[in-house]
Design a protein around this ligand. Structure first.
Ligand SMILES: NC(=O)c1ccc[n+]([C@@H]2O[C@H](COP(=O)([O-])OP(=O)(O)OC[C@H]3O[C@@H](n4cnc5c(N)ncnc54)[C@H](OP(=O)(O)O)[C@@H]3O)[C@@H](O)[C@H]2O)c1
Length: 240
């Protein structure tokens, strides 16, 4: 992998390139085709490649918590993040792997799946839901996961992020999908976007990185890396 912006270099330290800034930060990580689609036959995997998987791993290693929408968790068959040897230094003083936090109103989750049954004891899966969620499912979820209730009819994302921060989970890696990305952006909560641009055109009806009501977040291009025709971009908020 080589750096092609803001300077050029064949020697890229991914851990440095993707270090979080100080304090609270919400980073989106997505892969999209060159024409902007974020899934192929319903999944992101067909858009990815070996470089993307490496960056994905480094981003998880840096994060305090991985946030994902329930549709992504269901479609992609999410399991817990597994500790990696390469994360040991990065994660000193934190859980060996970041917990997964699932955003859901309906709580239609398989609580017997590895996502809940095989999470590390210090990185139990977190379910973020709202008052409107079925009470019996909330109680059942609480037997298998940490449950955060933030909001009435739907999850209030700012409140949910506040609850995560109160648990020391300030470096948030949101892995999508596009529907929760759009809500985060609409609430002005996105600090960074790590976007892999895959060298393919896919057409069809795959959502873009944001799928929801329009909003404007201005970003600054922090870096571009390249490998095998894939571009690995990192955008950050301009200083306010
Ligand atoms: N290219 C990529 O990098 C990438 C990354 C991630 C996902 N994807 C793809 O994106 C697709 C899924 O994304 P998506 O945009 O359709 O859905 P999503 O954002 O993953 O999840 C939407 C679900 O999250 C829950 N949710 C969202 N906002 C909520 C709120 N404010 N309060 C309570 N619950 C809320 C609801 O779950 P309940 O229905 O359980 O209530 C909702 O159905 C999949 O095809 C996946 O493969 C691609």
């Amino acid at each position: 992998m080589r750096l092609i912006h803001p300077t050029t270099s064949d020697d890229v330290d991914l851990a440095r390139a993707y270090a979080y800034p100080e304090g609270r930060c919400v980073r989106l990580n997505m892969v999209a085709s060159a024409d902007g689609g974020t899934w192929l036959e319903g999944l992101s995997g067909g858009l990815s490649g070996s470089g993307d998987r490496r960056v994905f791993g480094v981003l998880r290693g840096q994060a305090d918590v991985v946030l994902a929408g329930a549709a992504t968790v269901r479609a992609e068959g999410y399991g817990p993040a597994r500790p990696r040897e390469s994360w040991r230094e990065l994660r000193r003083g934190r859980s060996a792997a970041p917990p997964i936090a699932v955003l859901t109103r309906r709580l239609d989750l398989n609580l017997a799946s590895p996502l809940f049954a095989e999470a590390e004891p210090d990185a139990r899966t977190i379910v973020i839901t709202c008052e409107a969620a079925p009470r019996d499912r909330r109680e059942e979820a609480a037997r298998h996961a940490e449950v955060i209730v933030a909001g009435g009819d739907r999850v209030d994302l700012a409140a949910a992020l506040g609850e995560l921060a109160a648990r020391g989970l300030e470096r948030v890696l949101c892995e999508g999908g596009p529907k929760i990305n759009a809500q985060l952006a609409a609430a002005d909560l996105v600090d960074e976007l790590c976007l892999t641009v895959s060298p393919m055109l896919i057409g069809g009806d795959a959502a873009r990185v944001l799928d929801g009501p329009g909003s404007l977040t201005r970003l600054r291009l922090a870096h571009v890396l390249e490998e095998d025709g894939f571009l690995f971009t990192k955008y950050v908020r301009p200083l306010r």
